[in-house]
Design a protein around this ligand. Structure first.
Ligand code: COA
Ligand code: MG
Length: 290
């Protein structure tokens, strides 16, 4: 059973070229901050953004938040310099775009050869080609730094020429396949962004859909999305009460050695006990982080 060390409910992107946004991110309740060098940064600002991201990491001040820098792809004119700069920083993770194959992971892994041992490799899953390689890509987490995926639904929509509607119908098979592949190999997985940041009802519905699909959390583009996102991905009171009841029931002497028991009129099996323990552990981690 894998119990995450830290909550990963909300991951806020911001352009690393935006100094004000970086300063603000140090105070926001996002579990993860992603300093972006890629899509959110115009070509003429790329070099400056790279320097700003690296110096923001050196300055610190992000508290308990996990921090990642999203690099430009290794085949772009900025990729190699981004990777070199990030590898020599103390950032928690490097997020790399458009990972489509095992060889992409292996390439990034070797570029991080001299990076601090704890630096994680996170991958954007956002290309049509990746759809057919999900299991093999996730399996590379066994002996590389790969530990987390972030869905890139905007890029996927662009490549597929599909429409990104609030229901996300064209993407649903891909979302569940990605969650299954990630879980099969113990990789954490975050849902894509919701471009709608003024209408928080639309946002919350999409976040709940991500929760239903099994994502650990969701990537975000605007501070207003953080609180509703954390609310959706935190275990609810009812769920926690049920989890505690299952744990207590299995601990009763009369239930010792049983695989399936009755809890509050419903069947609970040992697999539900595992789920209940994980839920309580997640809630405790969130509570401890304040
Ligand atoms: N992270 C941190 N702070 C942010 C932020 C973010 N992602 N987005 C906005 N803010 C800040 C603004 O700097 C502003 O701060 P201020 O009140 O101190 O001036 C405040 O929040 C309100 O911003 P607002 O006016 O509502 O947004 P905007 O219209 O200026 O910007 C976006 C809208 C979408 C351009 C902006 O939110 C953004 O750049 N998001 C991230 C985009 C990104 O990284 N994309 C890559 C992954 S898809
Ligand atoms: Mg992209």
């Amino acid at each position: 059973m894998h119990i995450p060390d830290r909550p990963r409910r909300s991951a806020l992107y911001l352009p690393a070229s935006n100094a004000k946004a970086i300063a603000k991110a140090r105070t926001l309740p996002a579990d993860i901050v992603i300093l972006d060098l890629e899509d959110a940064v115009a070509p003429e600002a790329k070099v400056e953004a790279r320097a700003a991201a690296v110096s923001a990491i050196a300055e610190g001040g992000f508290g308990p938040r996990e921090v990642a820098i999203r690099a430009n792809g290794i085949d772009t004119e900025w990729g190699a310099d981004d990777l070199a700069a990030i590898a020599s920083s103390k950032v928690d993770a490097v997020l790399v775009p458009k990972v489509s194959s095992v060889s992409d992971i292996d390439r990034y892994q070797s570029l991080l050869a001299d990076a601090p041992q704890g630096m994680q490799l996170w991958a954007m899953i956002e290309t049509c080609a990746s759809v057919f390689a999900l299991d093999k890509i996730a399996a590379r987490s066994a002996d590389t730094r790969l530990s987390l995926w972030v869905m890139g639904t905007n890029d996927l929509a662009k490549e597929m020429r599909a429409q990104l509607t609030p229901e996300r119908t064209p993407f649903l098979p891909f979302l569940s396949m990605a969650v299954a592949a990630a879980r099969a190999h113990g990789v954490a997985i975050l849902d894509g962004v919701c471009n709608e940041f003024r209408d928080l009802d639309v946002f919350s519905a999409e976040a709940r859909q991500g929760l239903m699909f099994g994502f650990d959390g969701k990537s975000l583009i605007h501070p207003a999305q953080i609180d509703p996102c954390n609310a959706v991905f935190s275990p609810g009171e009812d769920e926690l009460a049920w989890a505690r009841a299952v744990i207590e029931a299995f601990a009763l002497p009369e239930n010792a050695g049983k695989g399936a028991i009755r809890v509050e009129g419903k069947m609970a099996e040992l697999l539900h006990l595992d789920q209940a323990k994980r839920l309580v552990a997640v809630a405790e981690t969130i509570a401890a982080a304040g």
